[in-house]
Design a protein around this ligand. Structure first.
Ligand code: MG
Ligand code: MG
Length: 270
């Protein structure tokens, strides 16, 4: 799940023990997404995917983080364990009877709390074969997340990494969503700071230094067309691209360590 842009206030650094607990929560998230990768194919509904995810999470002793989340904007609390966002849906799609078709893409976002700590991760999957432009979108979005994680160093300013992410995406003729960003994460899904995937001067006040023990959910959302997004319906959750172009979303929960960024949301395979 992504969060709306707002100013940072305070940042909570995590101890090694807390990061280990987050690794355990994150492992369940990774396992769910690994299973989704196997299940996403033409003919499956997003509701069926969510049912499998809910069972995996509860069998592992975790709590689905997104279920019951409220936002001032939406009439209903978020009703599912997964966000499933298809094609022009950017984030926060609600699983249901929508049947995935050959050539679609589906962004699946999953969050789990275990023993009081959270993990949050997302991947966009192709449904069967997708066209070359859409394949390019998925490839660049996955790679820009990898790029960001590879750049993490203690004492680095986030804005340096965010600027590089933006340049990478725009250099591949795609655009970075501005209205939703990543976030700090720990005992709560959404903690400070806000973690944008782009950089401009107006953000100077909310910039932050990477410190050991900082844990971030880094989550680039990238569009084939313009960066502009809107709610699909005025009182609902799903966010779509304004121009109807496809969107992709990759996310990992990442700890800043002495050796760089450590991904906490792997399943049992990488
Ligand atoms: Mg998420
Ligand atoms: Mg998130």
């Amino acid at each position: 799940m992504a969060s709306r842009v707002r100013r940072s206030t305070g940042i909570v650094l995590k101890s090694a023990r807390e990061i280990e607990l987050m690794r355990q929560a994150g492992r369940i998230v990774g396992q769910v997404l690994d299973r989704m990768e196997e299940l996403v194919k033409p003919g499956v509904t997003t509701g069926e995917l969510n049912e499998v995810a809910e069972k995996l999470i509860s069998d592992a002793g975790g709590v689905a983080l997104f279920k019951g989340v409220r936002t001032p904007h939406a009439r209903i609390a978020f009703p599912a364990a997964l966000c499933t966002s298809v094609n022009d849906e950017v984030v926060h799609g609600i699983p249901g009877d929508r049947c995935l078709r050959e050539g679609d893409v589906v962004s699946i976002d999953c969050g789990v709390r275990l023993n009081g700590y959270c993990g949050d991760s997302a991947r966009t999957f192709p449904v069967g074969r997708v066209n070359d432009r859409v394949g390019h979108l998925l490839d660049v979005t996955r790679r820009v997340l990898e790029l960001a994680i590879s750049r993490i160093r203690e004492k680095c300013l986030w804005s340096e990494i965010a600027g590089e992410m933006q340049a990478f995406v725009e250099g591949h003729d795609l655009s970075v969503v501005r209205d939703f960003v990543g976030h700090g994460i720990g005992r709560d899904m959404h903690e400070d700071p806000k973690v944008p995937n782009y950089h401009d001067r107006a953000q100077k006040k909310s910039d932050f230094v990477l410190e050991r023990g900082l844990v971030l959910a880094i989550e680039p959302m990238v569009n084939l067309g313009s960066a502009r997004v809107q709610y699909a319906r005025p009182d609902h959750w799903a966010v779509v691209t304004e121009d109807g172009s496809h969107s992709a979303h990759f996310e990992h929960t990442v700890a800043v360590t002495r050796d760089g960024g450590e991904i906490l949301t792997w399943g049992d395979r990488r």
